[in-house]
Design a protein around this ligand. Structure first.
Ligand code: DNO
Length: 354
């Protein structure tokens, strides 16, 4: 039976959300995690990988998805040390594959991973969520010393000076240069992943447009088509992140789910609903009517086109007084997981009755 595999992101032993919490969410299959205490570009100790596997399996769950193995900036910038970092990347693929991992999520965003302007915006019902208001982004310059904008997704190891340098290097680069560096990376990494039976799943840029003047390319259908052609191998696939793509009205997420699932190139799905505003967006509860995305149609597109990969509820709001890592509390993500289960069951049963 074709079936999605429900998963949940866990940040390891330091996470307030425990494996015991996660295993009690109905239908939970796997944990999505990573080795977090090794800097980007370095090789992950086998002992750390094994320890994650042991803890996860003792909780009755599977360790099959890694999010993320970060791509060192020198690879994205095409610098001379990239070959060494790519070899380390390949070694990480081999090591996690040996522990049973089947899917690796990563991104190719220059310097900044996901970006929001506020992490605790209060919604009408008193819950809080992450929001992105363009006018606030326009006022912020992360390179200025009085700017205090830092986000949990960002690499905290940069000093202000280091950040300035790396941003300046990107400013001298075009989007085409970034494409060329991505191709160079994929040509070396995908054959290794294929040899180990691992699916690579690039995450779209979040949000899917250029920020702080830096190039961003994994943003829309045209560019995803181009990405998949760079190395045309089923192991070179995507993480369909509904919130990252769906925060731009130009992206038809249902169509993209249909298209890439039927090509067998969606290996992982992040399900999140967003309310698209004229100049920005707000993260909302998963239920379709709470945001701009039709979550039912997206799930149906996945189901109808044979998707059987990993799926996880993405960012949740903070509800019921919970505090913790923005976007990654327990309660609202658990509600999201339950909603995804409900959608899937309904779609599956009505398809069976046709
Ligand atoms: C945010 C996440 C991203 C994602 C990376 C993948 O919450 O979806 O940080 O993990 O972009 O490499």
């Amino acid at each position: 039976m074709k079936r999605m595999k429900l998963s949940f992101r866990w940040y390891g032993e330091d996470d307030k959300v425990t494996l015991e919490n996660i295993r009690q969410i109905p239908g939970m299959h796997s944990i999505v995690t990573a080795v977090y205490d090794v800097p980007p570009g370095e090789v992950w100790p086998t002992s750390s990988i094994e320890s994650l596997k042991k803890q996860i399996e003792e909780a009755g769950l599977h360790f099959e998805v890694v999010e993320s193995i970060p791509v060192h900036e020198d690879i994205k910038l095409g610098k001379p040390k990239r070959d060494e970092y790519i070899e380390n990347y390949c070694e990480n693929i081999r090591r996690v594959a040996a522990a049973g991992v089947k899917c690796i999520c990563y991104n190719f965003m220059p310097v900044f991973d996901w970006t929001r302007t506020q992490l605790d915006h209060e919604l009408e019902d008193g819950s809080t969520s992450l929001v992105y208001y363009q006018e606030q982004v326009d006022k912020v310059n992360p390179l200025e010393s009085d700017s205090d904008l830092t986000l949990p997704g960002w690499d905290a190891s940069y000093t202000r000076e280091g950040l300035k340098e790396v941003v300046a290097e990107y400013q001298a680069m075009t989007e085409e240069d970034l494409w060329a560096n991505l191709k160079y990376f994929l040509e070396r990494v995908i054959p290794v992943a294929a040899g180990c039976g691992v699916n690579m799943a690039i995450h779209e840029d979040d949000p899917c447009w250029s920020i702080f003047g830096l190039p961003r390319i994994i943003t829309c259908e045209e560019n995803l088509d181009r990405f998949l052609q760079l190395v045309d191998d089923p192991h070179n696939g995507i993480t369909l992140c509904t919130g990252s793509l769906g925060c731009s009205c130009r992206n038809d997420v249902v169509h993209m789910a249909e298209k890439y699932a039927s090509m067998g190139r969606i290996h992982f799905v992040h399900m999140r609903n967003v309310k698209v505003l004229e100049h920005g967006f707000e993260e909302r509860a998963h239920l379709s009517e709470c945001g701009s995305l039709d979550m039912y149609e997206i799930m149906k597109a996945l189901y109808d086109h044979g998707f059987c990969g990993y799926i996880r509820p993405d960012h949740g709001r903070m509800i019921w007084g919970e505090t913790g890592r923005p976007g990654y509390g327990l309660y609202d993500r658990a509600l999201g997981a339950t909603y995804l289960n409900g959608l899937w069951e309904a779609i599956e049963k009505s398809a069976g009755r046709e």
